[in-house]
Design a protein around this ligand. Structure first.
Ligand code: FAD
Length: 475
């Protein structure tokens, strides 16, 4: 049944961590809002198939690893009894709880949530094919596209089999394969690989680049790799997958190794995590003035405006750091711009976190980037072997470094590897956004004994006067 609705102040397409906070903020400041998603509740990839399911399952693996590592402290646990069905239920329950909560917050704000797929008819209206098959048109004063992204498919893979998974399928946790190959050594592959390895799979990681986790500094990766080598049965860098063949029994994979030799190996399952593609197809963008780049990412300016004056775009679909918190902040900026504020999305620091064991996090300028752009920097590195808290946790496999402008002594970047690095990085992001100097970090009293002290001590190292290091060398 076709039915035309009256004009909404704002239509948001996609209810992920970009779209739903944008819709919530718009409703809070008095706009009438329609939020459209195929899922029953807000959450998007992040809650249904991304951040939350991975972190829930990584918590389960952390519990297992902590218990197994407790032996050195004098406490011995029995090897774990893994009930895969219960773990899956636990994970699904967390997702349901969080997305259900967002559903309630949507109703409380009087936001109209429509479950269906939206498409632009023109620059003023969308058509929604609802999940129940009916069709509705909504006219808008402004629209925000927050349709996110999907896993990039492996090129020339002509068959589909449950033995080859993308990240969404892997997180369904149907079984624990004996041998799992992960193609792609980015954060998604490493996090899901950690989960499967702790639950009992023999996991091989293949990465075509010279190192895993492209984008992160090599000193952080080096420390993480010591533990990663114990978690994974092999990490093959500079290696490309040439061919994947599937039989009913297993998957046969031909790889070109670092030394140019071809290696063939068999796996029970293969997980492909080679990047993500924007959801900009089938949106009816051809009926608007919205422009995409050659990879399908929607082009926006710093105000998140597309080339169509009433249409904005945020989150994964515009590219850049494809992370939930970046999408959320873009969403707020877009709504503020729509409401008439003169604001732009120009962050100095978007934190990135690898939630493995140990974790890696960084924000602001990296050393790799500084080298590439020929930016003069000074670095203070504090090894966690000198941190009382870290040693008391039995975990000295960490390091915190502060990257500083040597002229002004302003903090430009921060890098951390170690347990809880993901929690610690927020202080660095605040320091960079606030334009703080290394002396501010040094002078701030941090509670003892905590891992947060390592930020203060990295600042002390930079200044050449760290209590827990004898004669620290400035770099
Ligand atoms: P999405 O979350 O992708 O949401 C888009 C929504 O739009 C979807 O619900 C989709 O159904 C809907 N949609 C699409 N097209 C239409 C249409 N035509 N009509 C109606 N609805 C439509 N990020 C982090 O910051 N931290 C993490 O720890 C983290 N872990 C991750 C782990 C995994 C395995 C994956 C895959 C991603 C992870 N991410 C993480 C990335 C994060 O999930 C994304 O950056 C984030 O979800 C992007 O938000 P978004 O709002 O742009 O889009």
């Amino acid at each position: 049944m076709q039915h035309n609705k009256t004009t909404e102040d704002l239509v948001v397409i996609g209810a992920g961590p970009g779209g739903y906070p944008a819709a919530f903020h718009a409703a809070d400041i008095g706009m009438s809002v329609t939020l459209i998603d195929t899922e029953p509740n807000p959450g998007g990839v992040c809650l249904y198939r991304g951040c939350i399911p991975t972190k829930t399952l990584l918590h389960v693996s952390e519990v297992i690893r902590e218990a197994m590592n407790a032996k050195k402290t004098g406490v011995t646990f029995q090897p774990p009894d893994i009930d895969i069905d219960m773990i899956r239920k636990w994970k699904d329950g967390i997702v349901e709880k969080l997305t259900g909560g967002l559903g309630r917050l949507t109703k409380q704000r009087n936001i109209r949530m429509i479950n269906g797929r939206a498409k632009f008819i023109d620059s003023n209206s969308v058509e929604i094919i609802k999940n129940d098959g009916t069709v509705e048109n909504v006219v808008f004063k402004n629209a925000i596209i927050a349709t996110g992204s999907h896993p990039a498919p492996f090129p020339d893979l002509f068959f589909e089999t449950p033995r080859i998974m993308d990240s969404s399928e892997a997180l369904e946790l149907k079984d624990i394969p004996e041998k799992l190959l992960i193609i792609g050594g980015g954060y998604i592959g490493l996090e899901i690989g950690t989960i499967y390895s702790t639950l009992g799979s023999e996991v091989t990681i293949v990465e075509m680049m010279p190192d895993i986790l492209p984008g992160a500094d090599s000193d952080l990766i080096r420390i993480y790799s010591q533990s990663a080598r114990k978690i994974f049965s092999a990490i093959l860098t500079n290696t490309t997958v040439e061919k994947i063949d599937n039989t009913n029994e297993e998957v046969s994979v031909k790889m070109k190794l670092n030394d140019g030799k071809i290696h063939e190996a068999k796996f029970d399952k293969v997980l492909i995590t080679i990047g993500r593609k924007p959801n900009s197809d089938n949106l009816g963008l051809e009926n608007t003035a919205v422009v995409t780049d050659k990879n399908g990412f929607i082009k926006v300016n710093d105000k998140l405006q597309t080339d169509d004056p009433k249409i904005y775009a945020i989150g994964d679909v515009v590219g850049g750091a494809m992370l939930a918190h970046k999408a959320t902040h873009e969403g707020r900026t877009a709504v503020e711009v729509i409401s008439g504020k003169d604001v732009e999305f120009k962050p100095k620091a978007i934190p990135a976190v690898l939630f493995t064991d140990p974790e890696i996090s960084w924000c602001g300028l990296t050393e790799t980037e500084a080298k590439l752009k020929n930016i003069n920097i000074g670095v203070g590195r504090f090894p966690w072997a000198a941190s009382g808290r870290s040693v008391s946790l039995g975990r000295s496999d960490g390091m915190t470094k502060v990257i500083v402008d040597p002229e002004t002594e302003k903090i430009l970047g921060l890098g951390i590897v170690g347990p809880n690095a993901g929690e610690l990085i927020a202080e660095g992001a605040l320091a960079i956004e606030a334009g703080l100097r290394v002396s501010d970090l040094k002078k701030t009293i941090h509670p003892h004994p905590t891992l947060s002290e390592t930020l203060m001590e990295a600042a002390e190292v930079f200044s050449g006067e760290c209590v827990h290091i004898y004669k620290p060398q400035k770099k």
